[in-house]
Design a protein around this ligand. Structure first.
Ligand code: R5P
Length: 322
């Protein structure tokens, strides 16, 4: 990342960062990394709940970034984002990049039964119709979601910063655990960074919200598991994985790393399992985990700020990960 004061001087007046109400702390942190303030914008509600947005500075001809994870309340945050895009488009922004650190509805990326929607695709269509020119996001549930967008997508990963945190532990005798087949690729990325083997948990869906573990593939006896995932929602996946690993003879000294801490339902209870030594997540979604002792947070703000600077300057974003 270039030095913040130099960047701020060079970009003054040409680039604006705005925030919806989903995660203003993250937007402030990103802007802080770049040495610029978050742009002034009012986002309020009418008495009947309708959303009102007013951009309080000129964006005519500017390169604009809107930070809004579509985390719970998902539908409120998504609708708010669309309205912000509309306001910016009508105010003649030159280019609008939606910065969606956590892409809600990402798990509905295919039909698994007849007469189902592909909502992740529909969300993409709505963002483009709303005025998005680019998407900047982190650890999509499935990378193929990029193909739902006919605009450029910069897909960042938090594996590097979470892996760096994990590397600070004594993990010589650990295994990286993919809690389902969909996470094997991500687990392999962690394993390559940490120089550890991969273990895969074979999970079978038994209902819309229930899964059961069928097999643990790989040796876990006497090992310290590092369970990785893209997101923790109800914590059910982690809970079932912990039980299966302990049944398989793994050490009751488990580390958990996930990019998106959605944390609803029984998540805090499940993550407080005595065999879990530490849970590390990023701040793509605002707080809630303060209730959980032993949870560590690493910030994605420097990563996003670096990507924004590169997009603005038309330089390579993938070089961040080189
Ligand atoms: C599943 O495919 C995902 O990668 C996560 O494992 C899952 O969405 C986590 O949800 P929960 O915490 O509710 O089990």
């Amino acid at each position: 990342m270039s030095k913040a004061p130099d960047f701020a001087k060079a970009m003054s007046g040409k680039l604006e960062i705005f925030s919806g109400t989903a995660h203003p702390q993250l937007a402030t942190e990103i802007a802080g990394c770049m040495g610029i303030p978050v742009g002034p914008m009012a986002v309020t509600r009418f008495p009947d709940g309708e959303i009102y947005v007013k951009v309080e500075t000129s964006v005519r001809g500017k390169d604009v970034y809107v930070v809004q994870p579509t985390c719970p309340p998902v539908n409120e945050n998504f609708t708010e984002l669309l309205i912000i895009l509309d306001a910016l488009r009508r105010a003649s922004a030159r280019r609008i990049t939606t910065v969606i650190p956590y892409y809600g509805y990402g798990r509905q990326d295919k039909k698994t039964a007849g007469r189902e929607p592909i909502t992740a695709r529909m969300i993409a269509d709505m963002l483009i119709a709303g005025g998005a020119d680019r998407l900047l996001t982190i650890d999509l549930h499935s990378p193929q979601i990029q193909g739902f967008f006919d605009i450029p997508v910069d897909h960042l990963t938090a594996v590097g910063i979470l892996g760096e945190h994990l590397g600070g532990h004594d993990i010589g005798d650990s295994v990286v655990v993919a809690p389902d087949a969909g996470r094997v690729n991500m687990a392999t990325q962690y394993a390559n960074r940490l120089n550890l083997p991969v273990v895969i948990i074979h999970k079978r869906r038994t209902g819309p919200e229930e899964t059961e573990i069928v097999h643990v593939v790989g040796e876990v006896r006497g090992k310290q598991p590092i369970i990785i995932d893209d997101m923790i929602t109800t914590g059910g996946t982690i809970n079932r994985s912990v039980r299966a690993l302990l049944d398989g003879g793994a050490k009751a000294d488990i580390l958990v790393a996930a990019t998106h801490a959605v944390l609803v339902g029984k998540a805090i209870e499940y993550l407080s399992h005595p065999a879990i030594k530490e849970v590390v997540v990023t701040n793509t979604i605002p707080g809630g985990w303060e209730r959980l002792g032993g949870l560590k947070e690493v910030s994605v703000a420097p990563l996003i700020a670096s990507a924004i600077q590169r997009i603005h300057a038309d330089t390579s974003v993938s070089e961040i990960f080189a």
